[in-house]
Ligand binder design. Structure first.
Ligand code: SF4
Length: 107
């Protein structure tokens, strides 16, 4: 699930020609704290293996897998949880395996 903020929601709803109320109803879940997340896995905007709103994608999408943010290892569970659902996560992890020389342990 992708976290988004007000500015990102305003930007993408304008791009899609939707009011914020329509956009929120169609695509978002809101927590009590005001936290907003895209309410579908895979994301609504994933078409085939591509992001259909690439130029307007969210900061969390642009920075994925966010190595610059502390505690990458604590986010691994959710990353792997979506590995087989999102081609973008799949491709990032498969590229990392190649770049790091990962080898499947033999039994
Ligand atoms: S990159 Fe695009 S398809 Fe992927 S989560 Fe972000 S908005 Fe959705």
């Amino acid at each position: 699930m992708v976290n988004i903020d007000e500015e990102e929601a305003n930007n993408l709803s304008a791009h899609l020609g939707q009011t914020r109320a329509q956009f929120d109803e169609n695509y978002l879940d809101k927590g009590e704290s005001g936290r907003m997340v895209v309410n579908a896995i895979p994301c609504h905007f994933l078409v085939g293996n591509s992001c259909s709103v690439y130029e307007h994608r969210f900061a969390g999408c642009k920075e994925f897998p966010a190595f610059h943010v502390p505690d990458f290892n604590k986010r691994l569970f959710t990353t792997y949880m979506h590995y087989d659902r999102c081609p973008i996560i799949f491709n990032v992890l498969e590229t990392l395996k190649i770049d790091t020389g990962f080898k499947q342990p033999t039994t």
